[in-house]
Design a protein around this ligand. Sequence first.
Ligand SMILES: C[S@@+](CC[C@H](N)C(=O)[O-])C[C@H]1O[C@@H](n2cnc3c(N)ncnc32)[C@H](O)[C@@H]1O
Length: 470
Amino acid sequence: MVNSKKRFCSYYTNNNEIVEFMVNNINVKKTILEPCGGEGAFIDQIIKLNKNAKIDTLDSNPEAVQKLKDKFSTYKNINIWEGDTLFDKNLDSKIEYYDSIIGNPPYGVWQSVERRNELKNKYPNCYVKESYTMFMIRCLNLLKNNGKLSFIIPDTFLYLHRHEKLRKFLLETTSINDILIFPSKLFPGVNFGYAKLCIINLTKEVNDKNIINIYLDIKESSDFIEITKEKIHPKKVFQNEVLYRKNYLFDITADGNILHEVKNKSVEFSEVVNCVTGIYTGDNKKFIRRKNKEVKNSKGYLDVDNLKKYIPIVKGTSNFPYINEDNWFIDWSKEAINYYKTDKKARFQNDKYYFKKGIAYPMVKSSNSKAILMENRVFDQSIVGVFPKKDEDIYYILGFMNTQIFKKMLNAINPSANGSANYIKKIPYIIPDNKTYEKVSNLVIEILEDFKLIQINQIEIDKLIEDLYI
Ligand SMILES: C[S@@+](CC[C@H](N)C(=O)[O-])C[C@H]1O[C@@H](n2cnc3c(N)ncnc32)[C@H](O)[C@@H]1O
């Protein structure tokens, strides 16, 4: 049984500063839609400013609808009904009808397979697992030309590949006035799976000269008041500039500036390396062994006992950069390999890279992710295996992947924790001059031979590579 919170995604907007800020960005004098009314937090604020505001609101949760009806029973100007905003027939007759739309749509609402298929049909440009994207498209259709929309949603649409079409649509058909990014903890009592939330204020009009105000540094609710008083200044970005960028990326982190600056002097990392993910056994607890109980995140695994049957595998995050510690082992008997190749859940993928010399980078990145050298090892799917197209580049690239600038660029391309192969491939790579190449390669070889040298050598490597980029 799916609980009501998961089914309707009812995390309500309980933050006065946010509600007031958003309502200030719409027109409360004309027709308004609240597409998922919930507890009516926005409606409360709208009628404070204009008690006669003409408001339509619906919600798919009958209990929420009943509460709204009770709460606003004396207001003839507030029209409340139960309905599914994404398919509601009543709304179908109100295309380009509303002057303002304001909401906190559901983000990742639970959906049955049938519903997912219906949604895919109706909203082909959306990633249906993130329900807020379909609310965005639906509401832009319901909004009049020159109408205003204010939504509070996760910030993932600003940078994930899967939302590229949504970004293009927004950039081509609307003028984005503000983007404000802030930690989801500003919603009291709610623990979102999302790291950051975003308020987007836009006008439905095409304006070639539009400038987007981007606020990246909001830390507390009172910052919304400071923004209204113009005491906090935004980063200003030409909307057209974003539209002409590859993948329509907003570059929402300060680190994004580097990506811009090196655009003309770099190639995509994928031109010099192959990036692949490794094996999945189908049943790790059965086929994988740990070195001992000291190994991080190894609860529930058995210690390795037979080094004929088990061979080392690179897996998870590493304690140190550059060097591999052999903390994990995989059953490499004939029967086990046969299982990996045939079991439905297992993935014997990219096997031509197994045992090749390459670099391992953790799939889930942190501010402290480390690249290590893999030699004669299998690697699993928690690793992005990076294999230079020219063997001799391995030391330089290993050094590069352990620099601060590499982390900054990866973070700018994808600020979420998932550092999958596809993002690493897109890192801008500046082909180094011979001197830098030789120096960095030698410093890396020295570290591999004597790990004590890491402290001095890493500073030098960072400096040499930063000089290329900045
Ligand atoms: C994130 S809450 C926000 C509520 C409200 N905007 C507020 O700020 O208090 C989402 C609301 O959307 C409703 N909801 C979920 N799916 C919906 C759908 N397909 N159509 C209409 N409402 C929906 C939920 O019942 C819930 O009340």
